[in-house]
Structure formats: structure tokens, C-alpha cells
Ligand binder design. Structure first.
Ligand SMILES: Cc1ncc(COP(=O)(O)O)c(C=O)c1O
Ligand SMILES: Nc1c(O)cccc1C(=O)C[C@H](N)C(=O)O
Length: 411
């Protein structure tokens, strides 16, 4: 019996209701993949789907594919599959553009719904692109908006009647800290503000209930826990109550009420479709569509339970084996997402040494080693083995080699 943190790892894996899901993924032999929070691995269904769309749909149907294969409505169909995972009402999600661009769109739309207010409230744990997009929009609007960035724990107290929009990422990409979406959204509404949630590190990782929380807008990535592939289309949510009133800031023809009427004037489509902009990337959407099918029979509560079990095991094992690594973020799992980070002075070379031994996580400046836990393809045995390898590298100082210090362009 392999023991990890006093647990019977084999029994945990034997009783795991999600264990069969690993077969849905192509993960190279010898790899323990702990970076699905940055780029999900390849679902086996994706390559044949892409091959079919290329050869049969594009190859044979040519331009007729837009109708014959209903390519034109792929953003809504794929969005519908995402909706189930994030507790969104039917017809409220589209798969389109990138998360950065979608954030710009929903932020601009939200600010227009609060024309008398000037503050965009966010926190210092937000992913930089969200803050950058808000800065760009603020400067473009040139109407005296302020981006107010507070510490994550100060967000609730900072929501007041000056705030137009509370713009937050639910799970912090570095610490794994998770905001209480329902509480903060309710606070925003009681102050007359709107709430935008970035679900990049939530969608597919844990149960999300946008409808229950009353969120106004949400965005998120298709390439992380949803496994849609590098640069996969992102998603965008607009709550039903705003769908008739939002003005899309990027008024492209695919968000027009009648794109093929070729009117000279813009008229927004009904519903969330108005947040579309240009021609959908059919091949990328097909990949994301196939990847989402892996979730069709998955209970997100089971994903959450296993994620917590995997994270707990890893934290305990790393803390026991590598005292130089300092766990970051809250210990209480109600306030955590599905990734675990440690700060470590030699975090960068340590991560390269781990990757060399097949344990793939990532490094976030200045000193964070980060590991994502994706219950669909990871076992407790994988997690224990990853911690063992980490312990061996630390004990032998195997990270202290010139090759591991060389910085890559993309980390
Ligand atoms: C919270 C968050 N938002 C947005 C992004 C990225 O958005 P994009 O896909 O536009 O690069 C990331 C990661 O890259 C992220 O972690
Ligand atoms: N989007 C990425 C990319 O194009 C290259 C490398 C990493 C990424 C990421 O997604 C980073 C990620 N958002 C993070 O949490 O750090």
C-alpha cells in the first residue's frame, strides 16, 4: 500500500469516480502534467474532429459549410456547452475571441450601463491582461474613469456608491485564492455596481454558479481547464437581464441582427450574439467543441472533491519533503481554486529540473512554482510521485545546474 500523507493512495484511486476519464486524453508517457491550468492537454477526440472538419467539411463543402455544417452558429453551440459548466442560463454564453478582448467588450458594455459612475474596481491579484485592458479602455474613453486596484482581501470593503464595475478574476493565477463570487456580486449590486467575473482559472476546474451568484458578465479561457488547445477561443457571458440593453463596443458584422443583409448601419443582434465581432475560427471552435464533450457526463462536484483531495495530498507531501518551499494562499479550500503554489528562492531552476524529470508545472515571477490539478486525468499516485520527484530534486540540489537557470521566452 503506497502511503501519502497517511492516505491509502491506491484505494483513493481505485474508488475515484473520475478515473476512467484519463483515457479521454493523450498524455505523453512519463509525463505528470500539472499545467492544465495554463494549457490543457490534448483530448483524444480533438485530432479526428479537426481532421474531419478539414477534410470533409472544409474540403468538400467549401463555402457551403457555413450552412451545411452550421459553422455560423458554432460560437453559440460551443458556448452552450461551456454554459453548463459555469452555471449559466441557456443562450447566455458565446465562444469567441480571446479572454482579453472579451473582457474589453464586457467592461465597455458594463460602463455604459453605469454612465454616472467612474470607478472600475479590481484587485492586485488579477491577471495583468485584465488590468491592462481596463487601462486601455479607460484611456480610450477619456471620460475620467479610474481603475482602482486594491488588495484582494480589501475588495469587499472597497465597493461603494462610486464604483461602476467590480472586475475580478475568481481564482488568483498565482496564489490560487478564490473570491466569494456570490458575496461580492451581492455587495456590488447593493451598492448599485455591476460585477464582471474572469473565470479563466475556474471554468472546468470547479463548480461555478453564475446564475446563482447573479453575476452580470463573465469571460474565460478555452485553452486552460477546458482543453481547447493553444489559443482556443475564449467565452463570454451576459446575464439575461442585460441582454437587451448592452451596447457592444466592437460592433462587428457577426454581432449584427442581420449580417447578410449587408446594411450600412449597425443594428445589434438579439441576445448574447451581439457580443460576437468577426468570422468565427471554425477549426479552433471545432477543437474546443470536441474537447468540451469530455465534460458531457462529468459532475463538477465530483471534480471539485477530487481536486481538493489531490491538492491536499500534494501540499502535505511537498511540505514534508521540501521545507524550502513555502505554500502560498489560503489553507482553507473554500477559498481556493484547483492549483497549488509555493514560493521558493530557486523556483525557476527548480521548475526546469522538474520538467526535465517529466513533472510539468510552471514558474511565475518573482519566485512562484505553480502546479495545476485537473481531476479528469490525474491520479493520487501521479501526485504522490510528483512530490517524490520534487523532494529528490531539492534534496540533491539537482536544480543547481547552469542549464536550468537559462530563462525561456515564455514561462
Ligand atoms: C485570469 C486570466 N485572464 C486572462 C488570461 C489570458 O487571456 P488571453 O487568452 O486573452 O491571453 C489569462 C491567462 O493568460 C488569465 O489567467
Ligand atoms: N496564455 C498563455 C500563453 O499564450 C503562453 C503561456 C502561458 C499562457 C497562460 O495562459 C498563462 C496563464 N494565464 C497564467 O495563469 O499564468
Amino acid at each position: 500500500m503506497r502511503q501519502g500523507a497517511g492516505l491509502d493512495v491506491a484505494a483513493l484511486d481505485r474508488d475515484d469516480p473520475l478515473r476512467h476519464k484519463r483515457e479521454a486524453f493523450d498524455i505523453p508517457d512519463g509525463v505528470i502534467y500539472l499545467d492544465g491550468n495554463s494549457l490543457g492537454p490534448l483530448p483524444k477526440a480533438v485530432a479526428p474532429r479537426i481532421a474531419e472538419v478539414v477534410a470533409k467539411e472544409w474540403g468538400k463543402s467549401l463555402i457551403r459549410g457555413w450552412n451545411d455544417h452550421d459553422w455560423i452558429d458554432l460560437p453559440a453551440r460551443v458556448g452552450g456547452k461551456v454554459a453548463r459548466l459555469i452555471g449559466a442560463e441557456p443562450g447566455t454564453v458565446v465562444a469567441t475571441d480571446s479572454t482579453s478582448v472579451n473582457l474589453f467588450k464586457v467592461l465597455a458594455a458594463a460602463l455604459q450601463l453605469r454612465p454616472d459612475r467612474r470607478v472600475i474596481l479590481s484587485d492586485s491579484g488579477n491577471f495583468p491582461t485584465d488590468l491592462y485592458m481596463a487601462q486601455g479602455l479607460r484611456d480610450l474613453l477619456d471620460r475620467g474613469h479610474e481603475l482602482r486596484v486594491v488588495a484582494p482581501e480589501d475588495v469587499e470593503a472597497a465597493i461603494d456608491e462610486t464604483v461602476a464595475v467590480v472586475m475580478l478574476t475568481e481564482v488568483d493565477y498565482r496564489t490560487g485564492r478564490r473570491h466569494d463570487m456570490a458575496t461580492l456580486t451581492a455587495k456590488a449590486h447593493s451598492a448599485g455596481s455591476l460585477a464582471i467575473w474572469d473565470l479563466a482559472h475556474s471554468a472546468g476546474a470547479l463548480p461555478v454558479d453564475l446564475q446563482g451568484a447573479g453575476a452580470d458578465f463573465a469571460v474565460g479561457c478555452g485553452y486552460k481547464y477546458l482543453n481547447g488547445g493553444p489559443g482556443a477561443p475564449a467565452f463570454l457571458y451576459v446575464a439575461p437581464k442585460h441582454q437587451g440593453s448592452v451596447t457592444p463596443p466592437l460592433s462587428g458584422w457577426m454581432g449584427h441582427a442581420a449580417p447578410f443583409a449587408f446594411d450600412l448601419d449597425y443594428r445589434p443582434a438579439a441576445g448574447v450574439d451581439r457580443m460576437r465581432v468577426g468570422t468565427p475560427p471554425v477549426l479552433s471552435l471545432a477543437a474546443l467543441d470536441a474537447a468540451l464533450d469530455v465534460f458531457a457526463d462529468v459532475d463538477m462536484e465530483a471534480v471539485r472533491a477530487k481536486s481538493i483531495s489531490l491538492c491536499r495530498l500534494f501540499i502535505a507531501e511537498v511540505e514534508a519533503r521540501a521545507p524550502d518551499l513555502v505554500f502560498t494562499g489560503p489553507h482553507d479550500f473554500t477559498g481556493r481554486g484547483s492549483q497549488v503554489s509555493f514560493s521558493c528562492a530557486y523556483g525557476y531552476p527548480l521548475m526546469q529540473a522538474l520538467i526535465d524529470r517529466g513533472v510539468i508545472g510552471d514558474f511565475r515571477a518573482p519566485d512562484i512554482v505553480r502546479f495545476g490539478f485537473t481531476p479528469l486525468y490525474l491520479s493520487h499516485a501521479d501526485v504522490l510521485r510528483a512530490a517524490e520527484i520534487l523532494g529528490e530534486i531539492v534534496a540533491a540540489k539537482a536544480w543547481d545546474q547552469e542549464k536550468y537557470h537559462r530563462r525561456a521566452k515564455v514561462t
